[in-house]
Design a protein. Structure first.
Length: 298
């Protein structure tokens, strides 16, 4: 396939968005057979079926789901192009595509991104969350401007992406009020056999925590692992166990989730990296992120 017919893509996109041929035909003011023919041509060009029958309805195939995601981006860019041409250069918004590793706490990510929303020039931020490896692949393909992660990109990406260490934070242990009061006495030894809510085993923070637990000779009772740090704090607020929170956001986290501090350590850390596709950063918003984060972690 040398070139994609965007009229065919538009018909497919409208059917997917409107929920059926009849609704799309009414929206586009064309006949249903005409739309069906256009979609068949798109399927032939792509070499994949985009819809399948399920009862009386047409539902998207896996290939159709992928095509819909790309169509969303294509038509969003088209609208932005039209708007950008109408605007003066000084009024045009900068687009910033950010990938956020799901292991990175949301409160930390929010602190890092804050300077972008305070830029004099308007910025349109597009955030995508996922596994670091998937996001780095998108970065290498220039579909993202920056990836924020708790670990550097592996050496297998050497030469294609570049790691920028933004800083590290110690860890503050928190829990519901009564549990925090009980564990505060004799901290950190009090964590031995205490109920713990920990980040997923695949995360760098979990490995750092386990190394520190071993070093001080404590073995908490792990009652749950979480990929979602926000959910972990919600469960902790119900008194189900203690949690470890990066110290730089501990004040905000305790206020937001009603948690109380048990104790803290700098021997266990959460690292934050900015990963880019260029060694010397040129995107103004990415530059602001890296400079602001280094001040945050200073």
């Amino acid at each position: 396939m040398d070139w994609l017919n965007y009229h065919h893509l538009r018909y497919f996109w409208t059917v997917a968005k409107e929920g059926g041929l009849r609704q799309a035909a009414e929206r586009l003011h064309v006949s249903q057979p005409s739309i069906s023919a256009q979609i068949r041509e798109l399927e032939e060009a792509l070499g994949e079926r985009l819809f399948r029958r399920q009862g009386r309805a047409n539902v998207l195939t896996d290939a159709g789901q992928i095509a819909l995601r790309y169509a969303d981006e294509i038509f969003n860019l088209g609208r932005e192009l039209a708007n950008a041409v109408k605007q003066s250069p000084s009024a045009q918004a900068i687009r910033l595509h950010v990938g956020v590793a799901d292991a990175l706490p949301k409160l930390v990510t929010n602190e890092i991104l804050k300077p972008v929303f305070e830029m004099a020039q308007q910025v349109h931020v597009i955030c995508r969350e996922g596994k670091a490896a998937e996001l780095i692949a998108h970065l290498a393909a220039h579909r993202l401007d920056i990836v924020l992660a708790d670990e550097p990109a592996s050496s297998s990406h050497q030469g294609r992406v570049f790691n920028h260490h933004l800083g590290e934070s110690g860890v503050t242990f928190c829990a519901e009020r009564k549990l925090a009061a009980a564990l505060k006495r004799g901290f950190p030894k009090s964590l031995n056999h205490a109920r713990a809510l920990l980040p997923a085993e695949t995360t760098a923070l979990r490995r750092s925590l386990e190394k520190w637990f071993q070093a001080i000779g404590v073995r908490p009772q792990v009652v749950a692992d979480f990929e979602d740090a926000a959910l972990m704090k919600v469960v902790a607020a119900e008194g189900k166990g203690f949690v470890a929170i990066p110290t730089i956001v501990a004040t905000e986290a305790t206020a937001r989730y009603g948690l109380h501090v048990i104790g803290a350590t700098d021997r266990c850390v959460e690292n934050v990296y900015a990963i880019t596709a260029e060694r010397r950063i040129s995107h103004p918003a990415v530059t602001l992120i890296t400079e602001g984060a280094r001040e945050l972690f200073a």
